[in-house]
Design a protein around this ligand. Structure first.
Ligand code: ADP
Ligand code: ZN
Ligand code: ZN
Length: 736
């Protein structure tokens, strides 16, 4: 019997499993997922290893295979489940095991735990006072100052003693030797909680909300762990349902992970949770320093906190008694990881819930087609919230404006007459509005009017985007250059920008409504730390009338003062080459529309489009998710796209175009040979961005209805990935 063992997961160079023989006495005991000790290297040092799988065939000359030493009993159950999770991710999403292990159990960065030292008074009062008398007589000024400070307190921090009281270390040492004080050090955790707290009182649930909470609790008590989809229209109060359920979980000594799609939402969410649950809450996101992050994980591990809020990486919080995982806005694209393993947070959360016997709760106003179809089939349970929670607030009026007709009647402005009118009305009533545009920057691309070619990034095959200050920026790699005077290809001086970006929209608004106060929110204005919060706060405090921005502004924010939402061009996301583009358009429009009229004033939404008959625009205008779903699932069924069939993209990336090509064809060949009828391959071809940051990208799609064959194909690709890595070609899989 042999075992494949991964050694010391924190070590980059040991990126593959090694085979060991299982000694006679341990056969039957060694199982995948266990930690063991093995001799390693020329000196046979004992190292910790992790058993990946068992087998009976030796990969190399059996005489050269070493024997594993012993099983390390390791009863940290949170580590165990997370390792199992990493193994699952590795099987499902490819890459290598170490990459998965590192995502799930990030190596502890070398950060020093923060220690704070205190001076504590130890002796009884009488002795203390008599020594103070002595010190006064002898005029030991430092000791007197310190003792007087300690008279009215039990302890002071060493830093305070040194910096504020100006006490020299001699004086402290003297008092310590007299056993009058003692120095104590405490572990101190860096706080990531907001300084303020919102006065968010607990709300009495309405009937719909209460029924859902009751049902979720009683079924949980009965042992039901079928994932639940909470499908509630925008503003229906899903957060309140989460809060009540979390409260109950905490009463049961259970821990909770709350996932939110984007970092820009963290602050508002954490503020709400903090004011409801206080110090039991923490958050984690990529903007924290290494020290702050490792402190929060440590607090979770030692049970100091019970709720972790954050974007997808919060899923890997080392809780030992997890009860509930909430994935809010589960349809969001940001839940797809862009690093290898390219895991999907919802699917991974589902697996973690199974491993820990916890409940998975997905929330959305526009569920992903995947989740809704699972709810239809009974794989998930479905709970609906059908009304807006704030009394008197109702869904906004939505109007679709055909921009072709505007153009035909001579209006060349980006604002239709309807939108202009509504904007004037809104400003006159001193209400707020949001204008949504799907593209940052000034205008889309700069093209040459003589040869028709756009100006492209020298490192990526994409057009550069014009930004204010006569700059051209690559939105993929950040490359920036000054606007050229003439076309780099033909020398013609006639260059012009096409399309509309956020910067240009802001300028046009200012030109047309000079008295309006305008804020802009996009990647460029939010790149600083706290950039999001400052803009959102300022808008919330009504320091601006108009917020113009990219999709960042439509996600989840609750601004009761907003009565008008304008979508300047609804079509932009429709025409990319992805089979999910209708779904994305529908979600974006519904979310954007959902921002209007969340207070008492009725809301208006104007959707401007060149394609008013499109079903994703029509159904979004009616806020009719189910009609959209039924049309969309028909399309997916006809094309065998997910969630009907399984599909993934395989990409080969290399600095050498020939090699990238060679390996993607290798994938095609081997899969075709083994699975010719069961698995369909589309491609290979150049990826839509054929070159990115000077790396060539070739891809193909794999489609199948057979889960078993699909997983086998993934294994095959894994083998090819390892071979290709030798030639510095990286192959990775993205599940569609
Ligand atoms: P969703 O996430 O479903 O879009 P939110 O959770 O943001 O909706 O809730 C929308 C608004 O309704 C919030 O201002 C919230 O405080 C309020 N709300 C939620 N539940 C209730 C309730 N039971 N009674 C009164 N107001 C509520
Ligand atoms: Zn030209
Ligand atoms: Zn670039």
């Amino acid at each position: 019997m042999y075992a494949d063992i991964v050694i010391d997961i924190s070590h980059e160079s040991l990126d593959r499993p090694f085979q060991y023989r299982i000694p006679e006495s341990l056969v039957g005991q060694v199982q995948p997922g266990m930690w063991v000790l093995v001799p390693f290297g020329r000196r046979n040092t004992q190292k910790k290893g992790f058993v990946l799988k068992l087998g009976t065939k030796a990969n190399i000359d059996p005489d050269r295979i070493k024997e594993l030493t012993e099983i390390i009993s390791d009863d940290n159950s949170s580590d165990k489940t997370r390792i199992a999770l990493a193994v699952w991710m590795y099987r499902e999403y490819g890459g290598n095991l170490i990459q998965s292990l590192r995502v799930v159990m990030p190596a502890r960065k070398n950060v020093r735990p923060k220690q704070v030292s205190f001076l504590v008074r130890t002796s009884d009062e009488k002795r203390f006072l008599s020594y103070l008398d002595l010190a006064r007589k002898k005029n030991w000024k430092g000791r007197v100052r310190l003792m007087e400070a300690l008279l009215c307190r039990d302890y002071i921090s060493s830093a305070f003693a040194r910096q504020q009281l100006k006490i020299a270390s001699d004086a402290i040492k003297a008092l310590e030797e007299e056993k009058l004080i003692q120095i104590e050090t405490k572990r101190f955790y860096r706080s990531v909680l907001p300084k303020e707290s919102a006065s968010l009182e607990k709300k009495q649930l309405n009937e719909e909300q209460q029924a859902i909470v009751d049902k979720l609790i009683s079924s949980y008590q009965a042992g039901v762990r079928t994932p639940a989809l909470l499908y509630g229209i925008t503003g229906s109060g899903k957060t309140e349902v989460y809060m009540h359920l979390i409260e109950w979980m905490i009463h049961q000594n259970k821990q909770v992970i709350v996932l939110i799609p984007e970092i820009s939402l963290t602050y508002q969410v954490i503020l709400n949770f903090y004011s409801r649950f206080g110090e039991q809450v923490s958050m984690i996101n990529s903007r924290l320093s290494d020290g702050e992050r490792s402190d929060q994980l440590e607090r979770a591990r030692n049970g100091e906190i019970s709720i972790m809020v954050g974007p997808r990486s919060a899923l890997f919080t080392p809780f030992s008694n997890l009860g509930l995982i909430i994935v809010d806005e589960e349809q969001e694209g940001a839940y797809n990881s862009e690093q290898i393993p390219r895991y999907h947070t919802r699917e991974t959360a589902d697996k973690l819930a199974q491993l820990t016997n916890s409940l998975l709760l997905l929330g959305s106003a526009t569920p992903s087609i995947e989740s809704f179809s699972r709810a239809e089939s009974g794989e998930y349970r479905k709970f609906c919230l059908t009304k807006r929670a704030v009394l008197g607030s109702c869904l906004p009026n939505v109007q679709v404006v055909d921009m072709r007709k505007e153009l035909a009647s001579g209006n060349r402005s980006v604002f239709s007459r309807e939108l202009r009118e509504k904007m004037e009305e809104c400003l006159a009533k001193k209400q707020q509005m949001m204008l949504f545009i799907n593209r940052r920057g000034f205008s889309r691309v700069v093209s040459c009017r003589s040869c028709g070619k756009p100006i492209e990034c020298p490192h990526c095959d994409v057009a550069l985007t014009e930004h204010l200050g006569d700059k051209l920026v690559c939105h993929y790699c950040g490359y920036t250059k000054a606007m050229p005077r003439s076309c780099p290809l033909c020398g013609s001086p006639y260059l012009a920008g096409f399309g509309l970006g956020t910067q240009k929209a802001e300028m046009m608004i200012k030109a047309q409504f000079p008295s309006a106060r305008v804020l802009r929110m996009d990647m460029d204005t939010t790149s600083k730390k706290d950039g999001h919060e400052q803009i959102l706060d300022s808008f919330r405090r009504r320091e601006a009338d108009i917020l113009v921005g990219t999709q960042m502004i439509v996600k989840g924010h609750d601004f009761p003062g907003v009565t008008l939402v304008g979508i300047l061009a609804a079509d932009m996301s429709l025409y990319n080459c992805d089979f999910r583009s209708s779904e994305r358009t529908f979600q974006l429009l519904t979310q954007a529309a959902g921002r209007a009229g969340r207070g008492m004033e009725p809301g208006n939404v104007i959707i401007q489009t060149y394609d008013p008959e499109n079903y994703s625009i029509q159904t979004a205008a009616n806020q009719d998710y189910e009609s959209f779903y039924h049309q969309e699932i028909r399309f997916r069924r006809r094309m065998q796209y997910p969630p009907i069939g399984l599909m993934c993209e395989v990409m080969a990336v290399s600095a050498d175009e020939k090699l990238a090509n060679q390996w993607i064809w290798q994938v095609q060949l081997l899969i075709n040979k083994r699975f010719c009828d069961i698995i369909k391959i589309i491609g290979p071809s150049d990826a839509p961005i054929a070159r990115l940051k000077d790396m060539w990208r070739k891809h193909l799609y794999i489609r199948s209805n057979d889960h078993k064959a699909y997983l086998e194909a993934m294994e095959l690709i894994q083998e090819i990935t390892e071979q290709a890595a030798v030639q510095k070609v990286s192959i990775f899989v993205t599940v569609c």
